[in-house]
Design a protein around this ligand. Structure first.
Ligand SMILES: Cc1cc2nc3c(=O)[nH]c(=O)nc-3n(C[C@H](O)[C@H](O)[C@H](O)COP(=O)(O)OP(=O)(O)OC[C@H]3O[C@@H](n4cnc5c(N)ncnc54)[C@H](O)[C@@H]3O)c2cc1C
Length: 460
């Protein structure tokens, strides 16, 4: 067979074909996690559904392994592949807001910030993650936690319809009325069954300006702060969301000099309700213990997300996570692991609260709904010589928390580097797994789409 060139994709291909040796190859093959240093045979930068269909055909004709990339943020490096074909959906990043219908339609290359910026003038927002540069596609297909989640659940709970191209090139409209079983699966295990070329999600009213920001506590106050947050997560209104992060303090404005380079627990909080109620509820976060820096202020709802963009550097990454009831024993384990934080590493702690814990009729396959906390160690470093030490540090959280005997079955698959079949089966449970396997057999029997939190087809 001839070597692959741009003409392999034909004259109708509207996107860009990037090959080894091209000036843009290194940029085109890169994903967020620098450790995923993979060298695809070709990157097909697709502008629309027709381009995706062509790229799927080329991969099939050539027997190339596939990777599908939305924002390329999954830390496992699913968005690239050695020697294979990457369907990079980045150029398909259009967003259309229909305020009358309360619906946002977006292309699979759109990032959280694209949706937020387009929805803001209408006083609306979708459920997105808390960081602007993360891809809305992968986030939504696997779950999606953000500031609106206590009110409206996960991003996947807010999907109304999807357009999808199956691995055989069939175009499908997927919603509660069309292919309802596939619609169920796409909302939680959605990277397994086809390539989504368009999303339709609910838009919710949101104040343009909210009270939010960071509270920074010296590291030794961490356990007390976490105990306080544990109570508040159970009792606060669904207008308030917060998450916490252990890390070494950067020398930033507003952070006392004596904390620079020291372990701190930062609580990121935002209240989406009216200002009086917001001030009262946020006060609960600032007492007993008191923060060493209080950076809560009036800020744009969109800015909350853009501010987070700077916290997560594009360097070497390895993430481990567990979903746990935040018992005293769990807090001790987490604090102990935090004391060994080095480099840019952090521990993220997200509570599940309000609508996140309630499974409603019609919800999708997303399975991690136990009330509790998602505890994720995010090892982040630059020197390859430190790979082993960083991986060992990150994995300490799982072994330590599992030893407390209180780990919930769930794990949030969007936030882990290594997720074997056994763990994914445990996460979905037997009944969901059987439904997903049946769909995989129907839509992707050869498991061409396997660079994901993978549901393999059942053995014949
Ligand atoms: C800095 C950072 C912050 C984060 N913050 C949050 C947060 O606040 N809340 C949260 O819930 N999660 C968060 N995450 C995790 C995030 O949900 C996942 O990384 C998610 O996979 C990102 O989606 P993506 O499109 O950028 O990733 P990609 O790596 O491009 O895709 C992830 C998976 O989805 C598949 N996929 C992507 N697009 C499509 C498509 N169109 N059709 C079919 N399959 C597709 C890919 O093949 C891959 O398997 C964060 C991650 C990072 C790196």
């Amino acid at each position: 067979m001839d070597p692959i060139t741009a003409s392999t994709f034909g004259r109708r291909f509207r996107g860009e074909v990037v090959l080894p040796g091209d000036a843009g190859y290194d940029a085109a093959r890169a994903v967020y996690n620098v450790r995923a240093d993979l060298r695809p045979a070709v990157v097909a930068r697709c502008r629309g559904a027709a381009d995706v269909a062509t790229a799927l055909r080329v991969a099939a004709d050539r027997g190339l392994e596939l990777a599908v990339r939305g924002g390329g943020r999954h830390v496992a490096g699913y968005g690239s592949v050695d020697g294979g074909l990457v369907i990079d959906l980045g150029p398909a990043d259009g967003v259309h807001v229909d305020p009358r219908a309360g619906v946002i339609r977006f292309g699979p290359g759109a990032r959280n910030r694209d949706l937020l910026v387009e929805a803001e003038p209408h006083g609306l927002a979708p459920v997105t993650g808390v960081v602007g540069h993360v891809g809305a596609a992968g986030l939504t297909l696997g779950g999606g936690i953000g500031w609106l989640s206590p009110r409206h659940g996960f991003a996947s709970d807010n999907v109304i319809a999807l357009d999808l191209i199956s691995i055989d090139g069939e175009r499908l409209r997927v919603s509660a009325d069309h292919e309802p079983e596939l619609f169920w699966a796409m909302r939680g295990a959605g990277a397994n069954f086809g390539v989504v070329t368009s999303f339709e999600v609910a838009a919710h009213p949101v104040r343009r300006t909210v009270l939010g920001g960071d509270l920074v506590f010296a590291g030794d106050k961490g356990p007390d702060v976490l105990r306080r947050l544990r109570e508040l997560a159970l009792t606060c209104s669904t207008d308030l969301y917060f998450f916490a992060l252990y890390g070494l303090a950067e020398p930033l404005p507003g952070i006392p000099a004596q904390l620079h380079g020291r372990l701190v627990l930062t609580v990121f909080a935002a209240h989406l309700g009216e200002p009086g109620q917001a001030a009262a509820e946020l006060r609960e976060l600032r007492t007993d213990p008191q923060p060493d820096a209080d950076l809560i202020r009036e800020t744009g709802y969109v800015d909350l997300h853009l501010d987070q963009d700077e916290i997560y550097p594009e360097i070497r990454q390895y993430w481990a996570a567990e979903h746990v009831p935040l018992s005293d024993a769990a807090i001790d384990v987490i604090h102990d692991v935090a004391l060994a934080i080095e480099d840019h590493s952090v521990i993220d702690l997200y509570p599940w609260s309000g609508a996140m814990c309630a499974e409603r009729p019609g919800d999708g396959a997303f399975a991690c709904r136990d009330s509790g906390w998602d505890v994720a160690t995010l090892a982040q470093w630059t020197d390859p010589a430190r790979d082993d030490a960083q991986l060992a540090w990150a994995e300490r959280i799982s072994s330590g928390l599992r030893a407390t005997g209180e780990v919930a079955t769930g794990v949030y698959p969007n936030m882990v580097s290594r997720l074997g079949e056994e763990r994914l089966r445990e996460y979905f449970g037997a009944a969901r797994w059987a439904r997903l396997e049946a769909l995989k057999r129907r839509f992707d029997p050869a498991n061409r789409l396997h660079r994901n939190a993978n549901v393999p087809p059942p053995a014949a």
